[in-house]
Design a protein around this ligand. Structure first.
Ligand SMILES: C[S@@+](CC[C@H](N)C(=O)[O-])C[C@H]1O[C@@H](n2cnc3c(N)ncnc32)[C@H](O)[C@@H]1O
Length: 338
């Protein structure tokens, strides 16, 4: 494999902040043993820590520190002379302060990328919604592979979190309109920030509090070639039938929203109400992707769907693993039959 290729295999997981143990370290070590040429390490540096996306939107300090330390270790295991560039980068990182948030960038097959500001901790501010979960990566990848389902249609996403699936879909699948939704105020705030970070303009701040956009803003919205994007504050426990009937989505999606029995019950009720609203005489297509952590929770979700007359089929796996979700996590994508 040429050194450029190995560099690219470090780039994608590094920018997305994936687990360091999943990086091709053994291959790097082998290559370095065969030739102690520093060019390979410099290429990896350029494609990761020195990449323009990382300079502008860096992963967490701890993550970068661990990564550069691992590169130094690999280099020192085969070379006698230290490589200055590695130590310069380490020194720069050691001077940085830890923060509770960081950036992750996900490279799209179009050559574009989605960058998100995410929390460093898996649970923060009392919510799981401030990080991107594997099911969101899986659903985004599946959507990109099946973009015809979304082209020129209105898509509603439930429990969007900070927006990975929707932003990837808006950048690659040409939906007519995309409605992100969630209920947690910190998540909604972070979601809006991420939408702006990716160059999109919001149609309005929330569906519930529609503000008339300023003249400049209207011009900006009109100039925008992409989908009409909305963020809706939508709580499955309190949303009314009337609010749901106003949405009129052609396609409904959600990622990692089946993880708690109590939440499942209100989610199913929302899905049932949404499934009865018809656009152009047709019910919406509904796709729910989730990691099966506890089979009982999964079965409860299926049972509750059955009780309200919603069937389901498992959508076959695609496994291109463009976004590097953990291949050992048990992710399922259901198409609901309404
Ligand atoms: C595990 S996170 C998944 C976030 C994102 N879809 C992903 O996969 O990365 C679950 C999301 O569901 C949202 N959620 C939980 N209960 C909700 C409710 N009652 N109404 C609306 N959203 C809810 C949370 O705020 C959170 O963003």
């Amino acid at each position: 494999m040429d050194p450029e290729q190995l560099g690219l295999r470090f780039q994608r997981p590094f920018l997305a902040g994936r687990r360091l143990s999943a990086f091709p370290w053994a291959e790097l070590e082998q290559k370095l043993k065969n030739s102690s040429d520093a060019l390979l390490l410099l290429d990896i540096l350029q494609k990761t820590i020195l990449h323009p996306l990382c300079r502008k939107y860096p992963p967490s300090v701890k993550y970068r520190r661990c990564f550069i330390s691992e590169l130094i270790k690999k280099h020192e295991s085969i070379a006698t002379e230290p490589l200055d560039e590695l130590y310069e980068v380490l020194a720069e990182i050691l001077n940085k302060e830890e923060s509770i948030s960081c950036y992750k960038s996900y490279l799209l097959p179009t050559g574009d990328s989605v960058t998100l500001s995410e929390a460093v901790a898996i649970i923060s501010q009392g919510t799981t919604g401030l990080v991107t979960w594997d099911a969101a990566l899986y659903l985004a990848e599946w959507a990109i592979e099946n973009s015809a389902i979304f082209r020129n249609r209105t898509v509603l996403e439930l429990g969007s979190g900070i927006g990975l699936t929707g932003l990837a879909l808006c950048k690659t699948c040409n939906p007519k309109a995309y409605i992100f939704s969630d209920f947690h105020h910190c998540v909604l705030e972070q979601l809006r920030e991420n939408i702006h970070l990716n160059g999109f303009v919001l149609e309005s701040e929330t569906v519930n509090h529609t503000k008339m956009p300023s003249k400049d803003r209207r011009a900006e919205v009109m100039e925008l070639q992409g989908p009409k994007i909305t963020v809706a504050e939508l709580d499955w426990n309190s949303v009314t039938e009337e609010q749901l009937s106003e949405i009129q989505a052609d396609v409904i999606i959600a990622a990692d929203v089946v993880y708690d029995p109590e939440i499942s019950l209100s989610l199913v009720s929302v899905l049932q109400q949404l499934s009865t609203s018809k656009t152009d005489g047709k019910p919406p297509e509904i796709y729910i992707g989730f990691t099966v952590r506890n089979p009982d929770t999964y079965h409860l979700f299926q049972t509750e769907l059955g009780k309200v007359g919603i069937g389901w089929q498992v959508v076959p796996t695609h496994m291109k693993n463009l976004f590097l979700y953990d291949l050992h996590s048990n992710i399922t994508l259901l198409k609901l039959l309404v």
